[in-house]
Design a protein. Structure first.
Length: 347
């Protein structure tokens, strides 16, 4: 098995304005340097030729290991507590989001982005390696591209099913929805385009009474919002409430909660990637109170921030996937997850 050693980066919350160790004046000087005259065509712009790693979907186990997806590489990686990265699953079916259930089993969204994927929800028993398919279709039609998921205290799995790839030729349904898998295996579609434009990140409160859904559509005029829904006793949703609106910027992607109920959202971008999004939200983790107050932003020095999870002792380490890099950030508050359960929740 090939092994790659990574030293996780401890992200500073300082906003010093330094760029590569240079003072602002020097940084501005280099930023204004023109193209080399006559050596490249006028108005030359570098374009992406190939993507060899696109990290997503981190989830931490009780031992402090972090499992995360490389969608472009079609694999799931494992970061252990010593900072060593190994390949957990070489053929991931284009897995995107991951989460653990209360029994410590890894639940994964096998998607359909950046290549053909298996477009289903699977559960892996880490002790035996057994993989169980929980659902691969809804009413006889294959899912679009399962993206992200969360597990609640009742053992229900909630997952989003958008399609971001411009290739939609293989889609079998015209709904980009949100679904619930009950413990008995029954699957219910709980949200459609009537309630959410294009669902992405998802999280549920410890009491399982409020579901948060990131609504992120990069088209001009598309939603970049976070919605809250009341969860009824039967698992149906009601009382949609707007929590936060990123406006015309690139909005949220992955979403997690801390034990105080705050939302930790991976959002923003530093390089324009289409006409529908502005650069108004710089890349980072945006922390938002349940009623919508922006509490702050943790800067992450990458172009594209995708997802995050809490792990480590007392779940007081935040792991952030960002393009080709995974970062770690110490926190003063514990994150919330059904697994690993906190013996004594932090403040």
């Amino acid at each position: 098995m090939a092994m790659l050693t990574v030293r996780p980066l401890l992200v500073s919350l300082l906003t010093t304005g330094l760029l590569g160790g240079l003072p602002r004046s020097a940084a501005a000087q280099f930023a204004d340097t023109p193209l080399p005259k006559n050596l490249v065509p006028p108005d030359t712009v570098a374009v992406v030729e190939a993507t060899v790693a696109f990290l997503e979907g981190p989830a931490a186990d009780a031992a402090g290991n972090v499992y995360f997806s490389d969608i472009a590489g079609n694999r799931i990686l494992k970061l252990d507590t010593k900072g060593t990265v190994t390949v957990f699953r070489a053929d991931s079916g284009r897995t995107n989001g991951n989460a653990f259930d209360a029994q410590g089993r890894l639940i994964s969204c096998e998607g359909g982005e950046q290549g053909k994927g298996r477009r289903r929800i699977v559960r892996t028993d880490l002790a035996t390696g057994e993989v169980t398919v929980l659902t691969d279709n809804y009413q006889g039609k294959r899912y679009n591209s399962p993206n992200d998921l969360c597990v609640d205290r009742h053992g229900r799995i909630w997952f989003t099913d958008p399609r971001y790839s411009p290739d939609r030729s293989d889609l079998e349904m015209d709904v980009e929805g949100v679904y619930r898998i009950d413990p008995d295996g029954q699957v219910t579609r709980v949200l459609t385009q009537k309630e959410v434009d294009r669902p992405n990140g998802i999280a549920i409160t410890p009491d399982a009474k409020t579901l948060y859904v990131v609504d992120s559509h990069p088209k001009p005029g598309g939603n970049r919002k976070i919605w809250a829904f009341a969860v009824r006793d039967d698992g149906s949703l009601a009382d949609r409430r707007l929590v936060f609106d990123f406006g015309k910027a690139r909005g949220g992607d992955g979403l997690k909660l801390d034990v105080r109920g705050n939302l930790w959202v991976a959002a923003g971008i530093s390089v324009q990637r289409g006409p529908g999004e502005t650069l108004d939200a710089p890349p980072g983790v945006y922390v938002i109170a349940p009623r919508g107050e922006l509490l702050g932003r943790i800067p992450i020095p990458e172009n594209l921030i995708t997802n995050l999870c809490f792990g480590g002792p007392q779940l007081k380490t935040l792991y952030v996937t960002a393009g080709k890099t995974i970062y770690r950030v110490p926190t003063n508050v514990s994150g919330y997850a059904v697994y690993p359960a906190l013996s004594a929740p932090g403040p």
